[in-house]
Design a protein around this ligand. Structure first.
Ligand code: NAD
Ligand code: MG
Length: 297
C-alpha cells in the first residue's frame, strides 16, 4: 500500500473526481459523501513526529480535521475531537481509528458558536489529556449564495461565529495553559486572497483568520508558542455538498487547479503535522498553501 512518502506523480496520485450533484443538510457527513473522501485511513504512516503531544482538533469528525486527527494520532499524539452532535457517526469512526493507533481519542461534541462551549473544550483537554500543546482551529461554516442580498443576517452571524469567534474564544482559553513549544494552527483558505463571488461572508472570515494568525504569531513567539495557518484549495469534503458550492459546479470541483483535480483531506494532514511538530521551529506566522498550484500572494 502506498503511503504519503511513496514517490508518485501528484497529477495522478489521487483520482480526478467528478462528483455527482448532491446535497446534504449542514453540517453534512463523510459517511454520505459520493465519492468517498480519502482521509488517509489506509495510507498515513506515522514516524513519531508528535510523540506524547496533546491536541485539540476542531471539526475532527470529517474532512481535513479528521485526516489531521488520524495523522496526529499515528505520529504519537492524543487527540480531543470537537464536532457537532449531528456528526456522531463520523466522529465515532475517527475515534476508533485513533484508538487503533494506540492513542487516546476524547469525543467532545458541542456547538462552537457558543463561547462557553469553547472554554469547556479546553477544560476537557486539560482534564482528559493532562495538558494541551497543539490547538487546531479547523471547524468552519461555508454556505454559497448566488446573490449577496440572499446572505441572511443569521448566516453572516453564524459564519463569523463559527470561523472567527470560535477561533478567538478557543485560543484565548488555551493560551494560558500552553507550554513553550506548543503550536496553534488555524485553517484559512485560498478564499482569503481569491474570494469567490458566491462566498462573500465566508471569504471575509478566511482573510480575517490569516490576519489573526500573523498578528498573534508575533505576540506569542517570545513565549515560545508558534502560530501558523494552512490554506487549503478545493478539497473534497462534506462542506462542499452541504451548500458550500452551487450544486451545478460540483462535477467540475477542483479541476481548474494546475494539478487538474480536487485535493483529498489526506493531502492536507502532512501540512498540519509539519506545523505542529518541532521540526518547524523557525516557522512562525506562516500560511502554508496546499491548493494544487493556484498562485498566492
Ligand atoms: P468538513 O465539513 O469536513 O469540516 C468542517 C467541520 O466544522 C464539520 O465537520 C463540523 O464538525 C465543524 N463545525 C461546523 N460548524 C460548527 C459549529 N458550530 N460547532 C462545532 N463544529 C462546527 O469540511 P472541511 O472542508 O474539512 O473543513 C475544514 C476547514 O477547512 C474549514 O475551516 C474550511 O473552511 C476549511 N477549508 C476547506 C476547503 C475545502 O475545499 N474543503 C478549502 C479551504 C478551507
Ligand atoms: Mg463533519
Amino acid at each position: 500500500m502506498a503511503d504519503q512518502y511513496t514517490f508518485r506523480n501528484p497529477v495522478t496520485a489521487y483520482e480526478r473526481i467528478s462528483p455527482p450533484k448532491q446535497h446534504q443538510p449542514e453540517p453534512g457527513l463523510d459517511a454520505e459523501l459520493t465519492p468517498t473522501a480519502d482521509l488517509g485511513e489506509d495510507s498515513y504512516r506515522g514516524s513519531g513526529r508528535l510523540e506524547g503531544r496533546k491536541a485539540i482538533v476542531t471539526g475532527a469528525d470529517s474532512g481535513i480535521g479528521a485526516a489531521t486527527a488520524i495523522a496526529f494520532a499515528r505520529e504519537g499524539a492524543d487527540v480531543v475531537l470537537s464536532y457537532l452532535p449531528e456528526e456522531e457517526e463520523d466522529a465515532a469512526r475517527i475515534a476508533g481509528i485513533i484508538k487503533a493507533a494506540g492513542r487516546k481519542a476524547v469525543q467532545a461534541p458541542g456547538d462552537l458558536k457558543d463561547a462557553g462551549t469553547c472554554r469547556e473544550l479546553v477544560e476537557t483537554a486539560l482534564a482528559e489529556l493532562g495538558g494541551l500543546d497543539i490547538l487546531v482551529n479547523n471547524a468552519g461554516k461555508q454556505v454559497a449564495q448566488e446573490e449577496f442580498t440572499d446572505i441572511s443576517d443569521e448566516q453572516f452571524d453564524h459564519t463569523l461565529k463559527t470561523n472567527v469567534y470560535a477561533m478567538f474564544w478557543l485560543t484565548k482559553a488555551a493560551v494560558p495553559h500552553l507550554p513553550a513549544g506548543a503550536t496553534i494552527i488555524n485553517t484559512t483558505s485560498i478564499q482569503a486572497y481569491s474570494p469567490s463571488p458566491t462566498l462573500v461572508d465566508y471569504a471575509t472570515t478566511k482573510a480575517s483568520i490569516n490576519n489573526f494568525t500573523k498578528g498573534l504569531a508575533q505576540q506569542l513567539a517570545p513565549k515560545g508558542i508558534r502560530v501558523n495557518a494552512v490554506a487549503p484549495g478545493p478539497i473534497w469534503t462534506p462542506l462542499q455538498v452541504s451548500s458550500g458550492q452551487p450544486k451545478e459546479e460540483l462535477p467540475e470541483f477542483g479541476q481548474s487547479t494546475p494539478l487538474g483535480r480536487a485535493g483529498q483531506p489526506a493531502e492536507l494532514a502532512p501540512a498540519y503535522v509539519f506545523l505542529a511538530s518541532a521540526e518547524s521551529s523557525y516557522v512562525v506566522g506562516e500560511t502554508l498553501n496546499v491548493n494544487g498550484g493556484s498562485p498566492t500572494p
